[in-house]
Design a protein around this ligand. Structure first.
Ligand code: GUN
Ligand code: ZN
Length: 437
């Protein structure tokens, strides 16, 4: 039995913090302890109390004065796009055709997939992200590579082979039948193996024929406990093309409704230009709108109205994500910094507690994995990030004038990146320092 006892300033959320003074929304220990046994948190609280429960021979690791938080969660990211990130000058459809589809063609080669899966999860860990909802390429081997690497690291990840059978080059197309068969085989092999979870992944309405969306709906009915992930209402040209392809349906959202793809585990990337009817339908279904600020800015897609969607009568469940390689950074800190600015452009401000809630518990709730990750609660998996608000000279200098936890969190969000991530624990194992050696 492997036991470790972490010491540091612990922060974990109980619910959405309404204001900066809403102290009962989070639990903060200035001298906190986390006792970890076999990859799980078995005790959490004040260090002096937790230490009493630690037996002989427990390994003690003192992270003071750093913060210990639940590992970050990225609700939408494309692992095959590591060599697409930073592709210049295009909006969504041109960006897909010029850069993304050709790049994803390379994942026909299983060895390439294995290499990128390894480097991708390295990058996630370096940036403090311990759980992702990932798109693989259309190739079954890319999903096998991703899950094998994720399982090897004992990470809790959600992923799926993209289903796409039209409007893209031959090298990234499947067929309704092969997309169904490959998905079925991958679910069989990987869903529930260790910490792996499968997401049925029709890329978006433009690249799936009605026959393929029918098959995706069948998969959702056959596996109601699985996630479904796709893209929705990201860009005006995308919306217009979708309307041409599905003229008999009411709007873009209706395409996914019609084929039975909207449920409580449906992750809808972007959702920028929704009508009120569409937002109502998504809310009624309990589906999740995924906010991808760096991507939406980079591709010039638009400003997701986070606060309006959160506050509307039929509120939307919201997650936050990098959307690499449309997104421009692997860091969820950088993501929430850009998210803050997008929300500011809509005339509102997100407070730092709300941001860190979103990165941790909020995303865990949105991905329906809260029983396992997203908090530092007892009996959850020990996925933990250690943050250093003095990681760079500029941060150190700014910290000289900082007095409150809220200010410190806001500094981490505004100037922080992978350098602020001192350590990452994946199921109780120190994964970042381990990688550096
Ligand atoms: N819509 C369909 N595919 C993609 C993708 O790979 N990235 C983004 N941002 N939008 C998409
Ligand atoms: Zn995407």
């Amino acid at each position: 039995m492997i036991s470790i006892l972490l010491r540091g300033r612990t922060l974990s959320f109980l619910r959405w913090p309404e204001t900066i003074d809403d102290h009962s929304a989070w639990r903060y220990e200035d001298d906190g302890g986390l006792l970890i046994r076999d990859g799980r948190i078995v005790a959490a609280g004040a260090y002096a109390e937790v230490e009493k429960q630690a037996g002989q021979g427990v390994k003690k690791i003192d992270h003071r004065p750093h913060l210990l938080l639940p590992g970050f969660i990225d609700a939408h990211v494309h692992f095959p796009q590591m060599q697409v990130i930073a592709s210049h000058g295009a909006e969504l459809l041109d960006w897909l055709n010029t850069y993304t589809f050709p790049e994803e063609t390379k994942f026909r080669n299983a060895q390439h997939g294995r290499r990128i899966a390894r480097l991708f999860l390295d990058e996630m860990v370096r940036h403090g992200t311990t759980t992702v909802a990932a798109y693989c390429s259309v190739h079954k081997a890319s999903a096998e590579a991703f899950f094998a690497e994720s399982h090897h690291r004992n990470m809790l990840n959600i992923a799926g082979k993209v289903m796409m059978d039209r409007n893209a080059p031959e090298g990234v197309l499947d067929t309704p039948q092969s997309g169904y068969d490959d998905t079925k085989a991958l679910i069989e092999e990987w869903h529930g193996k260790g910490r792996q979870l499968y997401a049925i992944t029709p890329r978006f309405a433009i690249t799936s024929s009605p026959e393929q969306l029918e098959m995706a709906g069948t998969l959702c009915r056959e596996h109601p406990d699985l996630h479904m992930q796709t893209h929705l209402s990201e860009n005006h040209a995308e919306i217009a093309f979708t309307r041409e392809l599905y003229p008999q349906l009411r709007d873009y959202t209706d395409v996914y409704e019609h084929y039975g793809l909207l449920g409580k585990k449906s992750l809808l990337g972007h959702c920028i230009h929704l009508s009120e009817r569409e937002a109502d339908a998504i809310s009624d279904a309990g589906s999740i709108a995924v906010f991808c600020p760096t991507s939406n800015l980079f591709l010039g897609s638009g400003l997701f109205d986070y606060q309006r969607h959160r506050r509307r009568d039929k509120a939307l469940r919201i997650a936050a994500a990098t959307d690499v390689g449309g997104g421009t950074n692997y860091s969820m800190l950088r993501t929430m910094d850009e998210g803050y600015k997008v929300i500011a452009l809509n005339g509102e401000k997100l407070n730092p507690f709300q941001s860190f809630w979103q990165l941790t518990r909020g995303n865990a709730e949105a991905l329906s994995v809260l029983e396992k990750v997203g908090t530092l609660d007892q009996d959850t998996d020990a996925d933990i990030v250690v943050l250093d608000a003095r990681a760079t000279p500029a941060m150190r200098l700014r910290m000289e004038t900082i007095e409150t936890l809220a200010e410190e969190l806001f500094l981490l969000q505004t100037l922080g990146d992978d350098r602020a991530v001192r350590e990452v624990y994946v199921a109780g194992r120190a994964a970042k320092s381990d990688m550096a050696t």
